[in-house]
Design a protein around this ligand. Sequence first.
Ligand code: ATP
Length: 729
Amino acid sequence: MGDEDWEAEIIKPHISSYVPVFEKDRYSSGANGDTFNRTPASSSEMGDGSSRRDHFMRSGFASGRSLGNRDPGESNKRENTSTVGGFGVGKSFGNRGFSNNKFEEGDSSGFWRESSIDCEDNQTRNRGFSKRGGYQDGNDSEALGSSRRGGRGSFRGCRGGFGRGSPNSDYEQDEGTQRSGGIFGSRRSALSGAGNGDTFQSRSGGGSGRGGYKGLNEEVITGSGKNSWKSEAEGGESGDTQGPKVTYIPPPPPEDEDSIFAHYQTGINFDKYDTILVEVSGHDPPPAILTFEEANLCQTLNNNIAKAGYTKLTPVQKYSIPIIQGGRDLMACAQTGSGKTAAFLLPILAHMMRDGITASRFKELQEPECIIVAPTRELINQIYLEARKFSFGTCVRAVVIYGGTQLGHSIRQIVQGCNILCATPGRLMDVIGKEKIGLRQVKYLVLDEADRMLDMGFGPEMKKLISCPGMPSKEQRQTLMFSATFPEEIQRLAGEFLKSNYLFVAVGQVGGACRDVQQTILQVGQYSKREKLVEILRNIGDERTMVFVETKKKADFIATFLCQEKISTTSIHGDREQREREQALGDFRCGKCPVLVATSVAARGLDIENVQHVINFDLPSTIDEYVHRIGRTGRCGNTGRAISFFDLESDSQLAQPLVKVLSDAQQDVPAWLEEIAFSTYGPGFSGNARGNVFASVDTRKNYHGKSSLNTAGFSSTQAPNPVDDESWD
Ligand SMILES: Nc1ncnc2c1ncn2[C@@H]1O[C@H](COP(=O)(O)OP(=O)(O)OP(=O)(O)O)[C@@H](O)[C@H]1O
């Protein structure tokens, strides 16, 4: 059953995007009201669905935020048992300033491939955004999320019908949602969507007074004509003159050395990294290094590496560090949790130390030598913390800026001096537009989660970035791309950003899952999922667990449900305020809430100690997303477990790639899953056939891959890839 059904069901009463606050006298609530302490439920409370339901309905929602007692999957099968509480108490459905504006779709430029996949929101948005003021009759939780933000008027940017990602996910809805319509041109006057010339209505229209179609909680990038690269700083979230201001200033990270260098231990399988095959392709790659000493880093960097607890290089580091030090462009693909961040930070820092830096404090225009972009706020913040750690005690100053926070705060950070700028794309374009950041000195451009940064959600932004005035051409800068997954079509797009002689490093199988994660696929129908989830979580006890669901509203729903079940839970997704997102992550990190229900916004990059379990309550729509999600556990040689609920009705299309990922990672493949894969794809499908170890490698057909064990000296005798005269670049 689709999400639509659920949305239809919940038209009234409205559902808050918040995990509700519960009655304090009954339950011990977390600091932000989001949490419950996990205590075993009494059998009477847990007895059956109806008692749970009653309990759930009775249980408070003190703020009047209510939630229907069903998950999205149950909507039209079960009787509607809408809760008491109504909506809107304390969460206004104020004047959102929606209008009936229509935006002509602009030219989608042809750079990005179109697909026929429609975005989630063509329907829901059309329901939702046509009202001026008042509340939306669309009544999805996104709408509520918007209203929560006090009438900011938002447009989430239908993905224009050409997304690889899950149409209902909010993954893109961090920085890129509202921009994901495949926009290259003006944001103000035209909204590129599917590129088919159709029109669709803006959710926010221009009525927000914010000058366009910003996401629920994002800054917008817009402009037209010669200024089209510029941010609509004056009208955007970041603008000071229009629309409600985003005032959130994130608390500064702790400054003491212990906190800066806090790290978790590598796991028992860390040494097994040495047995992973590595393939480097491209002309004339430098030899890999085996030790940190061989990298010839300066003493301060070496000290910082030691304080960070790094004694041995991971494979991606062994290969990437010399490549970057050699001045080459790089596309590197290595499994989740295997140290890609340090693989680019260390050589960049080494060069900056060697070459000297130019930025000075309190210059109006700061000109960083390095720009790092990542798709989510939490991830870019994490990268910043790594940059801060490795640059500790040096003259290099790293700064982080991201959406959902006060622009003035970002600018204040920048003007204090900025050599490495870690940014989400939207905020980056804002500060460029405000002429706080100049690009002339950029020597290193890093795209973390590069496949995500280049897809239709962020790709247009990235293309704008490299076209910005002042940005050195690709020949003059070093461009570095890292991810655990690199679909071939995205690799092709990357050519526009990279020098033609870039090197491609594949550690293990491109897009493969981390072998340290034990993967289990359970056949669970959607009506049984909640029960199964509770059963699993009770068995798990207090071990840290991330539960992935497909939509924001479901994240709230499941988090609320788990709280009802007295399982300490918090949630993170794109409709939550940044403050709430950070609080949720903090509560999860410190163990106060051992369960984090998340959408795909948390699927990539997040490195949280001790996440022992990932549960895919809903499987994602793409296998790459699956690989990233389960990669939140089993990091850095530690082991982890991933359990996925496979719903026969909705997940069959994933059976075949799942079988492949499981077998490639040497996991048990359930017979029933193979059967589904077989029946879906016919007798030609051979799920267990591993095929080429590097099934998907460097898409430039004229490059031989040179494989080696990452002991660097040893070269395997793998047959060379077929050579083709033609190279796409
Ligand atoms: N050489 C090393 N020795 C010890 N720990 C390391 C080393 N390299 C990285 N780590 C640690 O391993 C963890 C995972 O690293 P990182 O987050 O860079 O992985 P990643 O490959 O970027 O993962 P993802 O694909 O999920 O983004 C971090 O806690 C990091 O500090």
